[in-house]
Design a protein around this ligand. Structure first.
Ligand SMILES: C[S@@+](CC[C@H](N)C(=O)[O-])C[C@H]1O[C@@H](n2cnc3c(N)ncnc32)[C@H](O)[C@@H]1O
Length: 326
């Protein structure tokens, strides 16, 4: 259902004068900002409010679309945009919201609803189709990487983009980096553009297929992608890594030994992700220091950061751990 237009009195000017006139109307408080500006045959129609005789410009009626405040602000809806697919948590009235989203954001072609939280070993959400084109595949752009994502069969969160960029900034060109839970490869791809070698593990066959495509799509020749369980794959890379990424909140602790044994003899960094309440942070740091000590290595330093808020009083956190030989 398209957003209905309304006939409005407008100032009609040649396009080249549009910006100057818009500014002037705004300064005089004569610009009706609740409507968009329309362009037709080289002229702009700028919505006008106030007394017509205050004005020295031509006035003409024109059908304009109301300018809607973003859904996020109006209805308090949060949604993720992955490529050209928007994913909204299910709520009554989602169809109207989805239609409006398709009308007002030209970059969105598909709207899906999440009807569950993230769950299962592959960290998936249950999604249902709401509006737009019937597909679940898209290409997402992030910090210069192109990522093919099939949102129905893989985990991917655009909300971690800044965190991925932070890790890429920390990495050095001589490094080998292991991404133990790579998904479609957003960490791996970004890092592989900078470092000597990337090694990516992924257990979900659908995510692994996207990962392989993404390595090709980004023309990378320094990534070794391994399909399977990180527990089985890690022993093949003992001592190979300078940096290990462990983005598997809730379960990463079970793989800490595997991560540490993959670090080179001179040590390196582990980026350990989890979901926790704030009052648990000190205990997590102690638990990890103690565990690493048992693996005959020393924790030289730790830095715990909130990545984003996850649920009430729960945070997605990252612990950067610098590990050296004993
Ligand atoms: C939270 S997602 C992170 C994906 C990716 N790093 C990202 O930032 O988008 C965790 C990924 O690990 C994969 N996974 C879960 N258990 C695994 C295991 N034991 N070994 C390898 N991959 C695993 C899941 O399929 C999922 O793609």
């Amino acid at each position: 259902m398209p957003v209905p237009t309304k006939k409005k009195l407008c100032v009609s000017v040649p396009k080249r004068e549009g910006e100057r006139v818009r500014k002037e109307l705004k300064e005089l408080d004569l610009l009706d900002e609740s409507y968009g500006i329309e362009e037709r045959r080289g002229r702009l129609y700028i919505p006008f409010k106030g007394e017509a005789d205050e004005l020295r410009y031509d006035l003409e009626p024109c059908a304009l679309k109301p300018r809607l405040r973003p859904l996020r602000k109006r209805l308090g809806i949060r949604y993720d945009v992955i490529g050209d697919i928007a994913i909204i948590d299910w709520f009554d009235g989602i169809l109207a919201a989805a239609t409006e989203l398709l009308e007002t954001r030209r970059d969105i072609k598909v709207v899906l609803a999440a009807v569950s939280g993230v769950g299962g070993q592959y960290r998936l959400k249950d999604l249902v189709f709401v509006a737009g084109e019937r597909r679940t595949e898209t290409v997402h752009k992030e910090y210069g990487s192109r990522l093919r994502v099939d949102v129905a069969g893989v985990y991917f969160s655009p909300r971690l983009a800044t965190e991925r960029h932070r890790i890429a900034e920390l990495a050095q060109s001589r490094e080998t980096v292991v991404d133990m839970f790579a998904g479609v490869g957003p960490f791996t791809i970004l890092l592989a553009k900078k470092v000597k070698k990337g090694i990516a593990f992924e257990k979900n066959p659908k995510a692994f297929r996207c990962l392989k495509k993404n390595i090709e799509l980004n023309r990378l020749h320094n990534v070794e992608a391994c399909s399977g369980d990180a527990k089985d794959l890690a022993p093949k890379f003992i001592g190979a890594a300078d940096r290990v990424i462990m983005n598997l909140p809730h379960s990463a602790f079970d793989f800490l030994y595997d991560a540490v044994t993959m670090l080179s003899e001179s040590g390196g960094f582990v980026h350990y992700y989890d979901v926790e309440p704030e009052n648990e942070f000190p205990r997590t740091i102690e638990r990890i220091k103690e565990a690493v000590g048992r693996f005959d290595r020393t924790v030289e330093g730790t830095c715990l950061k909130k990545v984003r808020s996850y649920a009430p009083r729960q945070y997605h956190v990252v612990l950067d751990i610098k590990i050296s030989p004993r």
